[in-house]
Design a protein around this ligand. Structure first.
Ligand code: PLP
Length: 423
């Protein structure tokens, strides 16, 4: 807080008073602003409206009739599309329903009940089951672990992915550590993309658990904000090269490509894993929605088609990211009371305020009509040990609301920091 030390007590009091009055003005303006969740805005959703007009071919051949039951693992053209996206063979793909989160939950539920293969013990029989959670991370991942009673272990995120020294040291000796969550590209919320070195180490590391799994949630695989493509090493190939091909389960979806919650999700895994999972899935369902699969393939066509479509998303949301970053810079850079990410893709800006301040900032913002992701949500059990991390989701609000929201947020950050400094 070097910035505030240059103020006399009187001028700091005056500044605090001014900010408190500003906050009161915001309160009287009755705002109803929301930056809590990373949702696409309606202009983004409009980009895919043509999807709704795509007619389904009415084949007489029963095997190709998308209106009928069957095809557990998905139709070939959609498997091909996701294979291109995840850089795997189509035979390594299973198309799911509308949500990758649902597929992740469902896959872990299968492993809990039946194990990762016929040879392995179902995880529900393992005492003291543990999972590694790079932090800050995605709250819904942590909620799954919590529901299944897994103990979550925080792993620090570095600027090239999870701290692999920590990961390797933990997994080498403890067979009850069964897996790790990874959002490898434009990570939620840090925006970090894993380096080649991190991907290689994840593939090569020695694990005491023979059924260790990497949950590779590539939710933001094509979500670039800039024209260039952020490279990410192919985890499947890295694992094949290391002889650990059964280690990764890959997931993604079209939720933030077409319609959030009404798109198509997919997973990819080794042949062993796919066969084992399909064996259970065949009991769970007769198949997913092939009409929606067909529509997505016809609308997006191939990887290049997806990339072209994502450029239109970037045109809508990049100005929103730019606006947030500009205001943060103008209001906070010289104060030295916060740091933030400047992401090249994904859906979030990751903001760290001073230790011990995040909860108060979020509460203060809420008291004047600005809803943010709850402080702590980016950590397992909702507990940020430093109480400093705040996730900013800039895509959903219109530009004018976003501008007001960030102005309010900056006033709250400064006010809470000054209170802390005066204490
Ligand atoms: N994974 C991550 C990292 C996300 O950020 C999100 C949504 O915000 C999801 C998964 C949810 O994806 P889906 O809509 O496919 O369930």
């Amino acid at each position: 807080m070097a910035y505030y030390s240059q103020f006399s007590k009187e001028s700091l009091d005056a500044l605090r008073l001014e900010l408190e009055q500003q906050l009161k003005r915001y309160e009287s303006e009755n705002h109803d602003l929301n930056m809590a969740r990373g949702k696409p805005c309606s202009d983004q959703l409009d980009l895919s409206n043509a999807l709704l007009d795509i007619k389904i071919p009415l084949e007489k051949n029963p095997n190709d009739d998308f209106r009928n039951y069957g095809t557990l693992d998905g139709i070939p053209q959609t498997k091909q599309l996701f294979a291109e996206l995840l850089e795997v063979d189509p035979s390594e793909i299973i198309i799911g329903g509308n949500s990758s989160l649902n597929m992740m939950y469902s896959t872990l539920a299968k492993v809990m009940l039946f194990g990762t293969s016929e040879e392995e013990t179902p995880w529900c029989h393992i005492k003291d089951l543990k999972f590694l959670c790079p932090v800050p991370g995605y709250d819904r991942h942590f909620a799954i672990c919590q529901k299944f009673g897994m103990e979550m272990i925080n792993i620090d995120m570095t600027d090239e992915g999870p701290d692999m020294d920590q990961v390797e040291a933990l997994v080498a000796n403890d067979p009850t550590i069964k897996g790790i969550w990874c959002v490898p590209k434009f990570s939620n919320p840090t925006g970090i993309t894993y380096s080649d070195r991190v991907v290689e180490r994840l593939a090569k590391m020695k694990t005491a658990a023979t059924d260790f799994r990497i949950i590779w949630d590539n939710a933001y695989v094509v979500h670039e904000l800039y024209n260039d493509t952020e490279p990410l090493m192919n985890i499947m190939e890295a694992c094949k090269a290391a002889g650990t091909q059964d280690r990764p389960y890959l997931f993604t979806s079209m939720s933030k490509v077409t319609f959030a919650g009404a798109s198509v999700a997919a997973m990819a895994a080794s042949k062993n894993n796919i066969d084992f999972i399909l064996g259970i899935m065949g009991v769970q369902t007769i198949g997913s929605d092939k009409i929606n699969q067909y529509r997505h393939s016809a609308f997006l066509k191939d990887l290049q088609g997806v990339k072209n479509h994502m450029k239109k998303h970037a045109q809508i949301i990049k100005p929103k990211f730019d606006l947030v970053l500009k205001i943060l810079d103008e209001k906070l850079t010289d104060r030295q009371i916060a740091t933030w990410s400047v992401p090249r893709g994904g859906y979030f800006i990751n903001l760290d305020v001073m230790d011990g301040c995040a909860k108060e900032v979020v509460e203060m913002a809420e008291s004047v009509g600005l809803k943010l992701t709850p402080a702590g949500a980016t950590y397992p059990y909702g507990k940020d040990p430093f109480d400093r991390n705040i996730r900013i989701a800039p895509t959903f609000p219109p530009m004018d609301e976003l501008e007001k929201a960030i102005e309010i947020l900056c006033v709250c950050i400064e006010l809470v920091s000054i209170h802390k400094y005066i204490e």
